[in-house]
Design a protein around this ligand. Structure first.
Ligand code: PHE
Ligand code: FE
Length: 304
């Protein structure tokens, strides 16, 4: 079984061909990076900003995966593997379980800065990779991969996908300075980086494993609910138990809608200092976005 998985996973591996990126492609990276850098100081969690620095992910241009992997590997044993695009779930989980992060290579076009349906190298590398240098988060991602293979065999992928969605892609974290972002889908999106903390509309509620697994999510707009963890250790510890009985328990319960609040929810307010930063731009032009594998960017008239 393992052999087949490994074999099939390696079929999805390609060469990044870093030398082949054009000046225009590096310039698009630079634009995206500089814009997010301005937004994320004071919004991203410190572990993410530290990770960017430690890994040398910067405005200079699209990183060379081999060099990046060497630095990351020395710290937490993770490496980046280049893939052509979306990979099947079992392949994705098998990569994570072996501490391999599958990343796309292509960068979006200049007319797609704010919205793209699939992940590109900016989302994958700038959004996901910095946290992989954090030892606890690094272990969580590997455990998630192992848990994914198990969920597939048990037929509970949807419940596990919700956990990924509401943590790895759209998670918030409580810090002494206020709420901060650690979800990659937010971190690579200019619009949602601001919205998730500053907008009064979405729910921000304390992370609860069962609550998350019961909650459907939207793939075509900014999130209506964000789950807030205290720290990565809490996330790791909460997901350590055997999920098999939990899946059975959840499967017997009704789903919770993306916008809904329930009695046991413990809510946060938005970041109060951000109130003054709030913006009343048009709200109707959020573009669609798709699943775990999309870029999670949503169009917004954010360009300053
Ligand atoms: N503990 C989970 C299980 O038994 C595995 C898991 C760990 C899933 C971390 C997600 C995140 O299935
Ligand atoms: Fe992602």
């Amino acid at each position: 079984m393992t052999e087949i998985r490994r074999g099939s996973a390696s079929r999805f591996t390609i060469e990044q061909r870093w030398q082949d990126y054009s000046e225009e492609e590096h310039a698009i990276w630079r634009l995206l990076f500089e814009r997010q850098q301005r937004l994320l100081v004071g919004r991203a969690c410190p572990e993410f900003l530290d990770g960017l620095g430690a890994l040398g992910i910067a405005a200079g241009g699209i990183p060379d995966f081999r060099q990046l992997s060497d630095v990351l590997d020395a710290a937490t044993g993770w490496r980046i593997v280049a893939v052509p695009g979306l990979v099947p779930d079992d392949v994705f989980f098998a990569f994570l379980a072996r501490r391999r992060f599958p990343s796309t290579c292509f960068v979006r076009r200049r007319d797609q800065l704010d919205y793209l349906q699939e992940p590109d190298v900016f989302h994958d590398i700038c959004g996901h990779v910095p946290l992989l240098i954090n030892p606890v988060f690094a272990d969580y991602m590997q455990a998630y991969g192992q848990g994914g293979l198990k969920a597939l065999s048990l037929g509970h992928l949807e419940q596990l996908a919700r956990l990924y969605w509401y943590t790895v892609e759209f998670g918030l974290i409580d810090t002494r300075e206020g709420l901060r972002i650690y979800g990659s889908g937010i971190l690579s999106s200019a619009g949602e980086s601001v919205y998730c903390l500053d907008d009064p509309r979405p729910n921000r509620i304390r992370f609860d494993l069962r609550r998350v697994m019961q909650t459907r999510y939207r793939i075509d707009d900014f999130q209506q609910t964000y789950f807030v963890i205290d720290d990565f250790q809490q996330l790791f510890d909460a997901t350590l138990p055997d999920f098999a009985p939990i899946y059975r328990e959840i499967a017997a319960l009704p789903d919770i809608e993306p916008h809904a609040l329930i009695d046991s929810d413990r809510a946060f307010r938005g970041n109060s200092p951000a109130a003054g930063r709030q913006k009343n731009g048009p709200q109707s032009n959020y573009g669609p976005s798709l699943g775990r594998k999309r870029l999670e960017d949503v169009r917004q008239d954010h360009n300053q």
